[in-house]
Design a protein around this ligand. Structure first.
Ligand code: NAD
Length: 367
């Protein structure tokens, strides 16, 4: 029987609440689809600082290194905001995890079911069919990592800041490959977003993506948008997109814009894939909800567990190759929401349910 070994890092705030529900759903599909879950829970983020003095304790990192994927909750909160920036949960745990596992590809599905169009700030008649798009963002290169990076003093006493944007062909090709695989499992359309009218990086990005897609996936319909126009299109007509492929900084901004047009963060999952392959011959990945620890509702038992559950589905698909089980979870979430069961973030005229009740509704749609 296939054994799926992954690290579970619930983190802070609503993290442990939604993780519990996601693990129940995973356990259920594992029994149904005949695979075994082998996981260990470890501290990360604020709770790890409180218990072990650091946001990413060595034991937690070891548990991740001996696993084939990480199912992550979310970390941080007001309690740890006064710490020096380098010790704060996100910086001290997420960045080292990204670096250790070379998590170069961030996949963010932007999903809004037609039943939930009222959750979006966009007029419902413009998105009557809902939103179903994916942003594939390069995560370890570009302007966030280029050197030199400094603020220096000039002879005249003025200060000058420098950031450097660097992309190599190989980095662009490997993220293009992820976008191709994503698009092939969907509607076979990629929109590559850059600023090729201004940036040399974007000229290389566009040239490389064009050549790579032509050679490796000629069936894909490839289009291009400048990033300013892409932002406008996401904010006015998100239904036109299938897969958006873009670099680190543009992806950072566009994926958050996409999240906001999709309504609640409680519905949005994400995957960050590494360069390494696990024993299933698939990428090691870190899977987490798009939102944070939601301090405003933490501890109340009302957080929406869908983002965490959908992140678990992404893990089954991308790191373990169990696409049928992943599809089944995604269908069950959609059915539960369609049947009117809603946590408060997505309940408008209906009564809202608790995290656990939402989880039970999803489970009942799996069996
Ligand atoms: P947030 O992203 O946690 O939440 C924004 C809003 O969305 C809140 O009103 C919250 O209640 C709601 N929300 C988010 N997830 C929800 C869910 N599952 N169900 C229902 N409602 C949900 O807000 P923030 O203020 O940006 O961040 C709070 C903390 O989380 C900060 O410390 C931040 O640094 C941290 N954070 C961590 C991660 C991460 O772990 N990757 C990501 C983003 C933010």
């Amino acid at each position: 029987m296939d054994s799926l070994k992954f690290a579970v890092l619930p983190g802070d705030g609503i993290g442990p609440e939604v993780m519990e529900t996601a693990l129940e759903v995973l356990g259920h599909v594992a029994r149904k689809h005949n695979f075994v879950l082998q996981y260990e829970e470890s501290d990360v983020g604020g709770i790890a600082i409180d218990r072990q003095g650091t946001a990413l304790p060595p034991q937690t990192l070891e548990a991740c290194q001996s696993s084939e994927a990480i199912l992550f909750g979310s970390i941080g909160g007001p309690k740890w905001e006064s710490l020096p920036p380098a010790e704060q949960p996100e910086r001290a745990a997420l960045l080292p995890l990204r670096k250790t596992f070379s998590l170069f590809a961030n996949i963010r599905p932007g999903l809004l079911y037609p039943e939930l169009v009222d959750a979006s700030p966009i007029k419902s008649e413009r998105i009557a069919q809902g939103i179903d798009m994916v942003v594939v963002r390069e995560l370890t290169g570009g302007i966030y990592f280029g050197q030199p990076r400094e603020i220096r003093c000039l002879d005249n006493g003025e200060k000058e800041a420098i950031d450097t944007m660097v992309y190599r062909t190989s980095e662009i090709e490997r993220i293009a490959e992820v976008a191709i695989r994503t698009a092939l499992g969907r509607n076979k359309r990629i929109c590559s977003v850059d600023k090729a009218n201004v940036l040399a990086n974007s000229v290389l990005w566009r040239e490389t993506v064009t050549a790579y897609v032509k050679e490796n996936a000629p069936d894909i319909e490839l289009s291009y948008l400048y990033v300013d126009n892409a932002a406008m299109q996401i904010a006015s007509d998100p239904g036109r997109f299938d897969v958006i492929l873009t670099g680190n900084m543009f992806g950072d901004i566009l994926s958050d814009l996409m999240a906001s047009v999709c309504g609640s963060l409680g519905m949005l999952a994400s995957a960050s894939l590494g360069t390494g392959k696990n024993s299933h011959g698939l990428p090691f990945g870190l899977y987490e909800p798009a939102g944070g620890t939601a301090p405003d509702i933490a501890g109340k038992g009302i957080a929406n567990p869908c983002a965490q559950i959908l992140s678990a589905a992404l893990m089954l698909r991308h790191s373990f190759g169990h696409s049928e089980a992943a599809d089944e979870i995604e269908r069950a979430v959609h059915r539960a929401v369609s049947s009117g069961i809603r946590t408060s973030d997505i309940a408008f005229e209906t009564q809202s349910v608790s995290t656990q009740q939402m989880g039970k509704a999803i489970l009942s749609n799996i069996s």
